[in-house]
Design a protein. Structure first.
Length: 737
């Protein structure tokens, strides 16, 4: 076979002509313009590098594009058996009944990655093989107004100012200001600098004020109708072949896409030709939103989205995105969203890079900012961005509800698996004892008072402080009932805060306690005194969970293991959120970054945003051929090196599965297994099984706690003795479940 040539066989094809989307997805390498090099002139080493880059860019930016659009030059009849596949890839294609390119062209990278037992190494190999096969296929010649190959570089990009436009009065004002600066000998000072404003002549001051208040219409002298994002998108679509506009509208922008065959019948073309038209038109539009004014709009949209924002707030930041693009029959925001994989818009929410990443970041932040009962204050969460700070709390509540969490006033409850979990959360929010009737009234599901009392009485985390009133056992009301209960009562009456002097006076006049004792209790958890005001203490940014308290983070003899489930975002090369305990282990402060050495090169770990994050781990996923949904350990060794290990597969033994989840070696002896579990959670030696289960449950490792509960009898087998742990009651076991 020979390299792809132009339709006439005269002009050698460039990488851009074969993969029209390359330039738009490579914003940081545009000065190199390697895509303009001739394919036939590349050495074998250069070709291999390009194929790796094509796989990376496609995975990073085109996760949801059909493979037929990513490789528009491949014919539908291409026999996949001619590719130099690995045994695993060959077996996978056969199992999925993919024998020709026609069987692949409608599938996205994300869909292929979801195939059973398909890891990133297999996906990466498939993409590189399809890229290589593209270089041996003839490229269709231009047809009508359709844009192909290198001709795309000449495609009109709307939004740039044409040369020689008269800025009228604004230009005259700039000259006036410049002449004045030069005249007084300060020509090195910026024209609009605020220096010497008090010395400005009236006409110079007026010129400066006109420049500062100039609108876009005034800059253009009011002659031109300035295009907004919707108009720019419309113009970009108009530059396409009319058929391409119809194809994009029916395939990419439609809520219910039309099939290639149906469009082929409409135009009297083969489905393959329709696919080629779609792929090239999609690449041209992606190029359009990466350049000029549209490029600026897309960048502003990405900045407005941040990690997560409501669609309403995005449209408030960029109103033009709400306007309709006639040719697409969609608002501008939907057109850009369908073209740009940098963020995702679903159910009136915008997330970068994806909704799944935003959900995972939310779960991580909640684990860190919640107390032992899974309660976090909504005002302390930093999840949703927005221009209007007055709406952030409401937006955060809406997002938490959307994620399935239980919002309770100004708090969110993250542990709601059982009635005991929810009751503990309600008491933690209330901050003082409550009757069973009051607790029942705030439960999210129906429950009788009798069954609630039974559930509360069966758990050691609750204490009955009188006949009808319940409290959290950790409040230790038996020891401090007079002062702590009084403080809680007074704070509740005062609306949550109270001057410390007034609090001391109220309590000391009612009870025989000293002012010093009241002030001391008011300054200690669960209270705090700041600037003379007493309030319920809240988890602050400085009071983060330690590594020993952090879910999915375990200790070995020489390393920390952080367990993560691999997602499509990991496959595409995105970074991923890390608990702050990782920053604690590595001694990274906010605003700092570090690189750990690994067998595959440096691994970045940063704390430059709201949360620490791991840099891309894509190369490890390729090396180990790890599939979406697989659980792995990110390994941070004491010698400050980084690695990745697979979590052992599940077996029929709950103890073996628990050991696998915490990264401990297999142990057949229950006593040895229990010691390994204690070590993984950094617990003291000889802690009883109930304490081990409770520790894993409290740190958020419910999966481990459930496995240990199911096999608890194996840890306490043996003849009873006076020092043996008492057998649990039925209610205690039900609580652990």
């Amino acid at each position: 076979m020979t390299d792809a040539r132009g339709a006439s066989g005269e002009e050698p094809q460039t990488w851009l002509s074969l993969f029209p989307w390359i330039r738009a997805t490579s914003p940081h390498n545009r000065d190199e313009a390697w895509w303009d090099h001739a394919v036939g002139e590349a050495t074998s080493g250069e070709r291999a590098r390009v194929f790796r880059e094509i796989s990376r860019l496609a995975s990073e930016r085109l996760q949801n594009w059909p493979l037929g659009d990513i490789f528009p030059g491949l014919p539908s009849e291409l026999n996949l058996s001619t590719l130099e596949t690995s045994g695993r890839l060959r077996n996978t294609l056969e199992r999925e009944r993919c024998f020709k390119m026609a069987d692949l062209e409608g599938l996205s990278i994300a869909e292929v990655a979801d195939w059973r037992n398909v890891g990133l190494g297999t996906v990466d190999l498939l993409l590189k093989l399809l890229a290589e096969a593209s270089t041996f296929q003839p490229v269709p010649s231009p047809d009508g107004r359709e844009v192909h190959g290198a001709d795309q570089a000449q495609t009109h990009r709307p939004g740039a100012l044409s040369d020689g436009q008269d800025l009228g009065r604004i230009a005259d004002d700039l000259r006036t200001l410049a002449a004045w600066r030069a005249a007084i000998g300060k020509d090195e000072i910026a024209l609009l600098a605020e220096q010497d404003l008090e010395n400005l002549l009236p006409e110079v001051l007026a010129a400066r004020e006109r420049i500062m208040s100039a609108t876009p219409s005034e800059v253009f002298g009011g002659v031109h109708e300035l295009p907004d994002a919707a108009t720019l998108l419309e113009k970009a679509l108009e530059d396409l072949d009319p058929r391409a506009i119809v194809v994009l509208g029916a395939r990419l922008f439609a809520d219910a896409p039309v099939t290639l065959d149906e469009l082929g019948q409409l135009f009297g073309l083969t489905r393959e030709r329709i696919r080629q038209i779609e792929g090239k038109a999609r690449a041209v539009m992606l190029d359009a939103i990466s350049e000029g004014s549209l490029g600026m709009v897309a960048e502003v949209a990405r900045d407005a989205v941040g990690s997560l924002c409501a669609l309403e707030d995005l449209l408030a930041a960029v109103p033009a995105l709400a306007r309709n693009v006639a040719s697409a029959s969609q608002p501008a925001w939907r057109v850009i969203d369908r073209l740009d994989d940098a963020y995702e818009i679903v159910d009136d929410w915008c997330a970068a890079p994806s909704m799944s990443a935003a959900v995972e970041a939310t779960a991580t932040q909640l684990r860190e900012r919640s107390d032992n009962h899974g309660v976090a204050r909504i005002e302390e969460l930093e999840l949703v961005s927005g221009l209007d700070i007055t709406k952030v709390a409401a937006r955060t509540r809406d997002w938490l509800v959307r994620c399935g969490y239980l919002v309770h006033g100004e708090h969110v409850l993250t542990k709601t698996r059982s009635v005991g979990d929810e009751a503990a959360g309600i008491l933690s929010v209330q901050g003082e004892p409550m009757t069973a009737k009051d607790i029942r009234s705030q439960l999210s599901s129906a429950r009788s008072e009798g069954s609630l009392r039974n559930a509360l009485g069966a758990e050691d985390r609750f204490a009955r402080v009188d006949r009808e009133t319940w409290a959290l056992a950790e409040w230790n009301l038996g020891e401090y009932s007079d002062i702590k209960s009084a403080i809680r009562t007074e704070l509740a009456r005062a609306g949550g805060t109270m001057a410390v002097d007034a609090l001391v006076e109220q309590i000391t006049t009612r009870y025989s306690v000293s002012a010093r004792s009241v002030a001391a209790y008011a300054a200690a958890p669960p209270f705090a005194t700041r600037a003379g005001v007493v309030m319920r203490s809240a988890l602050t940014r400085e009071a983060r969970k330690t590594p020993q308290q952090t879910a999915r983070l375990y200790r070995t003899d020489s390393a920390w293991l952080y367990r993560v489930r691999i997602s499509h975002d990991h496959h595409r090369g995105s970074g991923s959120v890390a608990p702050i305990a990782i920053a604690t282990i590595l001694d990274i402060g906010q605003g700092e970054s570090i690189e750990l050495q690994s067998a595959l090169g440096p691994q970045a770990i940063r704390w430059t945003g709201l949360q620490p994050s791991f840099g891309t781990i894509r190369r490890f996923l390729i090396e180990l051929d790890i599939a979406v949904g697989t659980e792995v350990f990110l390994v941070i060794s004491d010698d400050r090196t980084f690695g990745m290990e697979l979590v052992r597969e599940e077996t029929g033994d709950p103890i073996a599965n628990a050991l696998a989840l915490v990264g401990a070696p297999p142990e057949s002896d229950p006593a040895s297994a229990l010691e390994a579990l204690r070590h993984a959670a950094s617990m003291q030696a000889h802690a009883p099984i109930l304490s081990v289960i409770g520790t894993f449950r409290d740190r958020g490792d419910a999966d481990v706690a459930e496995l240990l509960t199911a096999s608890r009898s194996r840890f306490v087998a043996g003849p009873p003795s006076s020092s043996a742990e008492p057998a649990p009651g039925v209610d205690e076991i039900l609580d652990l479940l």
